[in-house]
Every structure is written in C-alpha cells, then in structure tokens.
Ligand binder design. Structure first.
Ligand code: IPM
Ligand code: MG
Length: 357
C-alpha cells in the first residue's frame, strides 16, 4: 500500500499524525505499508515556494492513496489562486481527476446529544452526500476579476457541466445506492440554471439503467431545508461541486460536529484522496484539542475503498465506536458526564480499542 501522507496546515498536522498511528496499528505487519510524507498548503509554500510543490504532486501521482490533513491559512482568499494554500487541495483533485467525493453522514448513537437537532430527527441517520468534485463553477472558465469601463471591478465565474462529467458521477451514485437503500436524490437548481437542466436530464437518462433504484430530483434550496427537517428520508444525495460543498457542511452538523466526518475522493482507478471534512482550523491549531476522529475515519475509508479491506476498515470504525461508548470525548463533542481528552489521547484510545476488537 503506497500512501502519500500530506498533513498540511493547522490541525491537519495533529489529526494526520493520529490517523497514521491508527493505520499502522490496524494494518500491523500483515500488509506492507509504504508511507511517504510530503508538504502541502502553507507547508508547501515554506518548503518549496508552492502550495502544491511538484515533488508532492509527483508523489501523489505514484501513490495508491493519499491521506490528507488540511490546507489553508487565515487570509488565504486574498492571495492569487495559484498561491493560495487552500487551493492546493483543488489542484490535487483536478490533476488526479478525483471526481467522486463521498461524504458519509452517520450518527454514532453515543453522540445523539451533541447534535443541535432533536434526537428523534437524527437517531439512526445514515446518508451519503456524493459530491462531484472536478467540475462546476469551481473550475469553469472564463473566471477572473475585470474592470468595467466605469472603473468598477467585477468578479465572474462560469458554471459548467458537460454530459460526460455528469454521467460518470451519476453511475457512481446509482451503484452506491445499490449497496445501500436503493435511493438516489439528485440535487440541482434546474428551475434557474441551464447547467442544472443538463445535470437533471443526464441523471434521468442514466437512471433508466438502474430500474431497481428510486431516483428523485430536488432543488438545492428545498434539499437544504429537507436535510434539516427530516434527514433520514435520504440515502444517496448526489449533487454538483458547489451545492455539494454547502450541503455537506449542513449535513455534517446533523451529527453534532464536523470533527467527526471523513471523506473519500475517488478517481476511476480506485485511487483516492482521504481527508477529514473539516479544515485547518487555525484558531485551535497546536493546542492538542482538535478531534482526530474524522481523520481516523478517513483512514478507515481508505482501507475500504482503495485497498479493498472492508473488515479492517470496520475494525477501525468499531474501535472509534468503542472509544465513544467508553465516554472519551474531544472538546467539540464533549458533554457533561463524559471525559474530555486531547487529540493525542484520543488517537491512543482508538489504538487501544483496536486491540480489543
Ligand atoms: C471542502 C472545502 C474546500 C472546497 C475548500 C477548502 C477549497 O470547503 O472540501 O468542502 O470548497 O471544496
Ligand atoms: Mg466545504
């Protein structure tokens, strides 16, 4: 297993170290694990003057999987796109064509009280937000900032989806639903956007190849509302890059903390980038208080999707459940009556629980 380890910035470094620790403990000596660390984000700027140094990119191209922490610094958005630490993740997604982004949102029973929603709304929740990751307004050209004849500045971006791009994510959506509750909800804004009209047409067409899967279409504004009101009605929510960005943060909060949620971004050849949904969180970085569970659960997804080791993945996930059941909590999921632990202690607790699995 050739894995590129890119801790990146802020809490990325801290949580990735815990994920690596758990990965090593889970895999043991059974399979050979080749871990190579490389800088990305601000760490890339400091090491090589580029948020995505060429050597890091080459390493990722050769790897079977990439374990990513977080990239980004405060004020990031003021820099030109190519020099933005946070944009290194976007460049990596595009370069490696990691178009299928899985963001599972599931409720650990022990954390029901940490959600801001009523327990009966989130109890047993298990949804996958499937986000297209290499197209849409994120990458559409032309883009830029121009000056109008009046002297006023104008920002512009282009929202685009071509049929082939929608087709490949639609197949992933229906195939994923087949392994679950056989429901795909395609989210778009077809009442306003031509991009979405193409999106909806393609989903409808591809859906005919999967008569055993129920397909519904929902506008993105309504989808946001339905996710808050009754999230358990969803199975696989398939959507474009920008809507998926927004809806996945919404969905994340159903579970109480974005610090719990892993993600996988896959290319056609099973190569994958595994990264917690949360960002670099500079405000809490370096304090040993960040929740490493999203990073650890991302490593579990890596075992499942890139290395086809579902039992090992399940062992890691069970170890996380066991630690939560034992009452250990990082600050973001702390509730009175539980024991508050730091980032490193949480990683150690998961390793210890693996031994008992
Ligand atoms: C995400 C993040 C990224 C995105 C940022 C860091 C560029 O918000 O993965 O959801 O917008 O895709
Ligand atoms: Mg986001």
């Amino acid at each position: 297993m050739k894995i590129a380890v890119l801790p990146g910035d802020g809490v990325g470094k801290e949580v990735t170290a815990q994920a690596v620790k758990v990965l090593k403990a889970a895999v043991g000596n059974a399979t050979s694990l080749e871990l190579t660390e490389a800088p990305i984000g601000q760490a890339g700027v400091e090491a090589a003057g580029d948020p995505l140094p060429q050597t890091t990119l080459e390493l990722c191209r050769k790897a079977d999987a990439i374990l990513f922490g977080a990239a980004g610094i405060p004020g990031d958005e003021k820099l030109p796109f190519d020099q933005r630490p946070g944009a290194s993740l976007l460049r990596l997604r595009k370069d490696l064509q990691l178009f299928a982004n899985f963001r599972p949102v599931f409720m650990f029973p022990e954390l029901i009280g940490a959600s801001t929603l009523k327990p009966e709304v989130v109890d047993g929740l298990d949804v996958i937000i499937l986000r297209e990751l290499t197209g849409d307004v994120y990458f559409g050209e032309p883009r830029g900032i121009r000056t109008l004849p009046s002297g006023e500045r104008q920002g512009f971006n282009t929202m685009v989806y071509s049929e082939s791009e929608v087709e490949r994510i639609a197949h992933v959506a229906f195939q994923t639903a087949r392994g679950r509750r056989r429901k795909v909800c395609s989210v778009d804004k077809a009442n306003v956007l031509e991009t979405s009209q193409v999106w909806r047409d393609v989903f409808t067409r591809v859906g005919k190849d999967y008569p055993d899967v129920e397909l519904t279409h929902v506008f993105v504004d309504a989808a946001a509302m339905m996710l808050m009101r009754a999230p358990k009605q969803f199975d696989v929510v398939a959507t474009g890059n920008i809507f998926g960005d927004i809806l996945s943060d919404c969905a994340a909060m159903l579970t109480g903390s974005i610090g719990m949620l892993p993600s996988a971004s896959l290319a056609n050849d099973r190569k994958g980038l595994y990264v917690p949904v949360h960002g670099s969180a500079p405000d809490i970085a370096g304090k040993n208080i960040a929740n490493p569970l999203a990073a650890i659960l991302s490593a579990a997804m890596m075992l499942r999707y890139s290395f086809d080791l579902p039992e090992l993945a399940a062992r890691v996930e069970k170890a996380v459940s066991r630690v939560l059941a034992g009452g250990q909590r990082t600050a973001d999921i702390y509730q009175p009556g539980t024991a508050k632990v730091g980032t490193i202690e949480m990683g150690d607790a998961v390793v210890a629980a693996l031994g008992r699995a």
